[in-house]
Design a protein around this ligand. Structure first.
Ligand SMILES: *Cc1c(COP(=O)(O)O)cnc(C)c1O
Length: 399
């Protein structure tokens, strides 16, 4: 068995096993502490707890036992010392940036990072005297060239969730360390089951727990994982004071989702690879953005950094956006919608980015999220109306 196979098997033990916890009467499932505050038997005990409201349960915006249980579990899975859960992925991301980047600082951010993250940084640079450089994440030397004396953070997302491009994480981590720069990565796509950025030298990991951790499209959540020191700083500067705390009911739902995370990811991985390979055989699909396929431009890096692949990928077709939108509307099993990471397959269609333009025509870009349905039924669904893409449109006939 390889190290990676052993680690993956151990991951199943980590999501399932808890030490016996007598604080909760031996409850197997962590109870939901549906309480905004916690009372103390003496004022002395209250005063002691008030010394660190992030460590003790005093008030649920600072520390709720049900949320803390989930935080400890995710820290364990990522191999981090500490974690903090938030009301959404963006709650976690904005708290990290707000806590660690201030007036006069400079951030280097991957240009394909999640849209709202880029908007947040662009807005900060316009209004808060924070400089931001957006950079092609594939270009490690570009990061080195962009470093300034006031560079505070590398903001990474690998693979990115639109084009699925990767960054060389160990190389960027050591470059950052040499310059005293903090590295933060959005690891939502891969999860700790397929990628462990802390082990590669990255300082902080963020997740949208809304996606795979929840796994059931019924809750929003976010998390940041890292050293006790950095998480403590984020805790005091932004977790407590910006107030995007996770609700205890949500923590219980996401804890329930987490129990089956590796089981689900194996299924998403296998089905998505099968469907991506099917699409790759089509002459009118000009490019597939999936790190697990032969021909992926960063294949060597993907094999070095990832131990598997999620269920979200995209492809570019020669057909127009309008035709592909009609094809998507006619699908049976794929629902049209944002987000991903749940049990159900999803599709969205947009214009292909200019750098991916197929020769001639106005190509379209399709993002698929592969759920846990039968992959052969999903392929049949994709095929059912594919031939219609070749039927001339009314405008086509007029020409
Ligand atoms: C969804 C998503 C986020 C934001 O998470 P929310 O829970 O929606 O706030 C951040 N990064 C990536 C890659 C995402 O897909």
């Amino acid at each position: 068995m390889t190290t990676s196979e052993r680690d993956k098997n151990h991951f199943y033990t980590e999501v399932s096993h808890d030490a016996v916890d007598t604080r909760h009467q031996g409850a197997i499932s962590m109870p939901v502490y549906q309480s905004s505050l916690f009372a103390f038997e003496s004022h002395q005990k209250f005063d002691e707890a008030m010394q660190d409201v992030l460590a003790a349960s005093v008030y649920s915006r600072g520390n709720n036992p049900t949320v803390m249980y989930l935080e400890e579990k995710i820290a364990l899975l990522e191999g981090g010392e500490s974690a903090r859960c938030f009301a959404s992925g963006m709650g976690a991301i904005s708290a990290v940036i707000f806590a660690l980047v201030g007036s006069g600082d400079h951030i280097i951010c991957v240009d394909q990072a999640y849209g709202p993250t880029r908007e947040l940084l662009a807005d900060m640079s316009a209004r808060f005297n924070v400089e931001v450089t957006f950079i092609d994440g594939k270009d490690t030397q570009g990061f080195a060239d962009a470093i300034r004396p006031n560079t505070k953070m590398f903001y990474l997302e690998s693979p990115t969730s639109g084009l699925f491009e990767m960054q060389d994480l160990p190389a960027l981590a050591s470059l950052a360390k040499a310059h005293g720069i903090i590295t933060a990565i959005d690891n939502s796509w891969a999860t700790p089951y397929f990628q462990k950025p802390l082990a590669m030298g990255i300082d902080l990991i963020m997740h949208s727990l809304t996606k795979y951790f929840s796994g059931h499209s019924d809750s929003l959540g976010g998390v940041v994982v890292g050293s006790r020191e950095l998480i403590g700083l984020i805790g005091h500067r932004s977790y407590l004071n910006l107030g995007a705390a996770m609700a205890p009911q949500t923590a219980a739902l996401i804890t329930r989702g987490l129990r089956t995370l590796p089981l689900r990811l194996e299924r998403h991985q296998a089905s998505a690879l099968k469907i991506a390979k099917h699409l790759a055989s089509k002459p009118d699909v000009v490019r597939i953005n999936h790190p697990g396929l032969e021909g992926y431009p960063q294949k060597e890096l993907a094999e070095r950094q990832l131990t598997g692949y999620g269920g979200l990928f995209s492809f570019v077709t020669r057909h127009s956006v309008e035709k592909m939108k009609q094809w998507a509307t006619d699908l049976n099993y794929f629902r049209i919608g944002v987000s991903w990471g749940g049990y159900e397959s999803l599709v969205t269609v947009g214009s292909a980015p200019p750098q991916l333009n197929a020769d001639g025509g106005t190509p379209s870009s399709v993002r698929l999220y592969i759920g846990i349905e039968d992959p052969d039924e999903l392929i049949a669904d994709i095929e059912r109306n594919w031939a219609k893409l070749y039927e001339p449109t009314l405008e086509g006939q007029a020409l």
